[in-house]
Design a protein around this ligand. Structure first.
Ligand SMILES: C[S@@+](CC[C@H](N)C(=O)[O-])C[C@H]1O[C@@H](n2cnc3c(N)ncnc32)[C@H](O)[C@@H]1O
Length: 374
């Protein structure tokens, strides 16, 4: 295995530049930024550091190969030519999963089966074995075929990076932690100014804001798939965590407020904040946004209100947006960032946004409406 390899990090559309900036800040030179993906050169140390530290990005993948495959034979030969024995041990499990889009090889189960056969053939020759019991560590092989170009990866994260591990209890319609961070990043809030989420639900936005302000690495409290791999030096994980702890800025002063009309949601948010280690940094209250105390500060109001899709019907949502427009217009010193999939949000809110940014909440196309001060 070369000292450096290609590391691919998929991310949801609209956040590629945020992820590229994060990777650069960690010291890596980003090679390629395409729709939904960032590629850089890295080593095993990078695998640990990126998994532990990235706030945006879905998983950290080692790209083992990239080749054209229009036939099953080309797919088989391309996969069999990769150095699988450098990663997969005699007893390891190696399930295959993936996707195919706009390609000759469109049957995903058939591609899965060919790739598995090719890896087994390669390992059989390397180890002199016919059968693999697959009872040891798990290495997930991922493939992605797009317009006949096949990328083959090893997934070092396992559980996706947006699952930080603090959100064990859900409420209706929580958002991904990675998306919450992306919104914080877009706002250019750096932890210094007051921050309010008046529709906090399970607390994802204020928790991500607090973690960011204190520079607490998002991956500190969870495990990653590659931690069990024999091909990777286990001390790299301990080193990455130790470095992340040294870089924390727990002395930073923060003023983060969060509220929701639903008392159960607020209890859940508090429990999640406790697990994330930031409960003492967020002031939670149960409160109807329309009746909330005025937010006079020069700060940020950021929220993910109901869209009329999973929570509330469209009509009640539109009334809610009208009330938001009235209430928020009095927060003249604060910038407001509102994420919704409702296409006529601005009409009901009563004011066109100063800036709009397309973002995806899972599969749902949303827009982040940004209102600067005033
Ligand atoms: C889409 S969810 C927020 C999800 C949250 N970002 C998370 O990740 O868990 C919208 C939230 O708005 C709350 N809500 C609805 N109407 C409200 C109102 N008038 N005032 C305050 N909160 C309200 C709901 O209880 C719900 O928790």
């Amino acid at each position: 295995m070369p000292a450096k390899f290609d590391i691919a990090i998929p991310t949801f559309f609209g956040t590629e530049s945020i992820l590229a900036y994060e990777a650069t800040a960690l010291g890596y030179e980003v090679g390629e930024v395409t729709d939904g993906r960032v590629i850089l050169k890295g080593d095993w140390e990078a695998v640990a550091l990126l998994n532990v530290n990235l706030r945006c990005g879905e998983r950290v993948l080692i790209r083992l190969g990239s080749f054209t495959a229009e036939t099953f034979e080309e797919l088989f030969q391309g996969v069999a030519s990769l150095p699988w024995e450098e990663f997969i041990g005699v007893r390891d499990q190696f399930p295959v999963t993936g996707s195919s889009l706009r390609s000759q090889l469109h049957s995903v189960p058939a591609c899965q089966s060919i790739i598995k056969k090719a890896v087994v053939r390669r390992l059989s020759r390397a180890y002199g074995l016919e059968h693999f019991e697959e009872s040891g560590s798990k290495l997930i092989i991922r493939f992605n075929i797009l317009k006949d170009r096949c990328d083959i990866y090893l997934d070092t994260s396992g559980v996706p990076l947006y699952k930080r591990g603090y959100r064990l209890e859900g409420v209706a319609a929580p958002m991904r932690e990675t998306l919450a961070f992306a919104m914080v990043d877009i706002s250019r809030w750096r932890g210094d100014r007051p921050f309010l989420d008046p529709f906090c639900g399970s607390g994802t936005i204020p928790i991500e804001a607090a973690l960011y302000a204190l520079n607490i690495a998002p991956g500190l409290k969870r495990r990653f798939l590659a931690e069990s791999w024999d091909c990777m030096d286990k001390s790299l994980w301990a080193d990455a965590r130790e470095e992340a702890v040294e870089n924390q800025n727990l002395a930073a002063e923060t003023h983060i407020f969060a509220s929701d009309i639903d008392p159960e949601a607020v209890e859940t948010a508090k429990a999640n904040a406790r697990r994330a280690g930031v409960a003492d940094r967020i002031k939670f209250t149960v409160c109807d946004m329309a009746k909330a105390a005025e937010f006079r500060e020069k700060g940020i109001v950021m929220c993910n209100p109901p869209y009329g899709e999973r929570l509330m019907d469209k009509k009640s949502c539109e009334t809610l947006y009208r009330n938001m427009g009235r209430k928020f217009s009095r927060y003249t010193e604060a910038a407001k960032l509102i994420l919704t999939s409702h296409e006529e949000f601005e009409k009901f809110y009563g004011r066109p946004a100063d800036k709009r940014r397309k973002l995806y909440n899972g599969m749902l196309k949303c827009c982040l409406y940004q209102y600067f001060r005033g």
